[in-house]
Design a protein around this ligand. Structure first.
Ligand code: HIS
Length: 383
C-alpha cells in the first residue's frame, strides 16, 4: 500500500476547501461573539473517564483510545466538544450567572456517522449554561438558524423532538424503565416490530404510547395529534408545550416534529433539534438541552447548545472565487519591500515570485503587479 494513502473517512483538506472552511469558521465565531459567547479551547485529548462523564454509553464507542506514557492511564481523543465545554463551565469558571461559551475544533470518531461522513469533523458550536427556561433553548435555536443563514443555506428544515416525552412514558412503568436504552435504540430506527416484542409485558397504556411514538411525525400539527393520542401526563404536556413554542420561533425554516427521533449523543434531557439542508443526508446541525452533564461533573447547571460540522457545511458552498492578488518580484531592495508592506497593510494579497517560478500562483488571480517604472515601484494592471 502506498505510504501516502490515508485511512478511510479521513482526508486532507486542499487549499480551496480549506479557505472556505476557515472563512466560515471566522464568520460564525464572529457572529457568536455578537451574541456574547466567549471562545474556549478544550484539549484534543483527556483522560477517558472525563470524556465519558455525563455522556451516554454510546460515547465510549465513538472515542479513539490511547495510553498516556506519563501516567499510564487511558486517554481518549474527544468525539464531541460539548461535554468538555460543560466541564469547563462546571469546574473552571465556577460562575453562578448565565455563561455563554463557544468553540471550534477537530473531533475524531472511531466510525463515520453516515455513509460519506468524515471521521474527523471540525466541530463548531455554542452553549448556554445557567438558565433552565425555554428562552435559552430559543436563543440557541435562533443562533443555529442564523449560523446556517450566514453560511448561505436558504432552505432549512428543522426537526424538533423532546426527550421528555419518552421519559414521561417510561417513568410510569417500572418494566419500561429497566429497558430504556433498548427503547431508545428501537425508537431511533423506528423499529415498530422490535418495539412490539420489547413492550409485550409492559403496562397497556405504556405499550400503546410507545407504539404510537414512531408515527408522531410531520408538520407542527403533529403536536395537536400527540396531545390527543398520548397519555395525559404532566411531563408529556410540558414537552409538547415547549415544542409548540420553539416551532413557532423557527423563522423561515420549515419545521418537522418527530417524537421518536432521539438520535445523537444520549446526554440530552429536554428539547432536541436537528437541522437539515438539501444535498446532505445527515443533519448539518444538532442541539438541545442537557441539564445533567454538569451534575455529573459535580455542579448541576442547566445547559443547552448546538454544534455543527464546518467541513460538511463548507462542502455545500460553491467553490470560492479565486482571490485577486498582486504579483511582485522577489528582492531585498528597501523601496520594493516598503511598497509590498504598504499594499499588504491595506489588505492586498501580494505574492513575491520566487526566482524561476514567476507564474506559479494557482490559488490566486494575479490581476496586478508591482513593477519598477521611472525610478519608482508602482502598481500596474495586468491584461
Ligand atoms: N454536540 C451535540 C449537539 C449539542 C451541542 N450542545 C448540545 N447538544 C452533537 O454533536 O450532537
Amino acid at each position: 500500500m502506498p505510504n501516502w494513502l490515508l485511512p478511510e473517512n479521513i482526508a486532507d483538506v486542499l487549499p480551496s476547501e480549506a479557505r472556505k472552511i476557515e472563512e466560515l469558521r471566522r464568520l460564525l465565531l464572529d457572529n457568536f461573539r455578537l451574541y456574547g459567547y466567549e471562545l474556549v479551547m478544550p484539549p484534543m485529548l483527556e483522560y477517558l473517564e472525563s470524556l465519558l462523564t455525563g455522556a451516554g454509553q454510546d460515547m465510549s464507542l465513538r472515542i479513539f483510545k490511547l495510553v498516556d506514557q506519563l501516567s499510564g492511564r487511558t486517554m481518549g481523543i474527544r468525539a464531541d466538544m460539548t461535554t468538555q465545554v460543560a466541564r469547563i463551565d462546571a469546574h473552571l469558571l465556577n460562575r453562578t450567572s448565565v455563561t455563554r461559551l463557544c468553540y471550534a475544533g477537530s473531533v475524531l470518531h472511531t466510525r463515520p456517522s453516515g455513509l460519506h461522513a468524515t471521521r474527523e469533523p471540525l466541530q463548531i458550536g455554542a452553549e448556554i449554561y445557567g438558565h433552565k427556561g425555554l428562552e435559552a433553548d430559543a436563543e440557541i435555536q435562533e443562533l443555529a438558524l442564523a449560523s446556517l443563514s450566514l453560511a448561505g443555506m436558504t432552505e432549512v428544515r428543522l426537526d424538533l423532538c423532546h426527550v421528555g416525552v419518552l421519559r414521561a412514558i417510561v417513568e410510569n412503568d417500572a418494566k419500561a424503565q429497566k429497558r430504556e436504552n433498548e427503547l431508545f435504540t428501537l425508537l431511533e430506527s423506528k423499529d415498530v416490530p422490535g418495539l412490539r416484542v420489547l413492550t409485550q409485558d409492559f403496562d397497556v397504556s405504556t405499550r400503546e404510547a410507545l407504539l404510537v411514538l414512531p408515527s408522531l411525525y410531520g408538520d407542527a400539527s403533529t403536536i395537536a395529534r400527540a396531545r390527543e393520542v398520548l397519555p395525559n401526563l404532566p411531563g408529556i404536556a410540558n414537552a409538547l408545550d415547549e415544542l409548540e413554542l420553539l416551532s413557532s420561533q423557527a423563522g423561515k425554516a420549515s419545521v418537522t416534529i418527530d417524537l421518536a427521533d432521539l438520535r445523537g449523543y444520549h446526554y440530552h434531557s429536554g428539547v432536541m433539534f436537528a437541522a437539515y439542508v438539501p444535498g446532505l443526508p445527515n443533519a448539518v446541525a444538532r442541539g438541545g438541552r442537557y441539564d445533567h452533564v454538569g451534575e455529573a461533573f459535580g455542579r448541576a447547571r442547566p445547559a443547552t447548545g448546538f454544534s455543527m460540522d464546518l467541513r460538511e457545511l463548507a462542502r455545500l458552498l460553491p467553490i470560492a472565487e479565486r482571490k485577486r492578488a498582486i504579483r511582485a518580484p522577489w528582492g531585498t531592495e528597501p523601496a520594493l519591500r516598503q511598497k509590498i508592506a504598504e499594499l499588504r497593510k491595506a489588505g492586498e494579497v501580494v505574492i513575491q515570485a520566487l526566482p524561476g517560478h514567476e507564474n506559479d500562483q494557482d490559488e490566486f488571480d494575479c490581476d496586478r503587479a508591482v513593477v519598477f517604472e521611472n525610478g519608482n515601484w508602482t502598481l500596474t494592471k495586468l491584461g
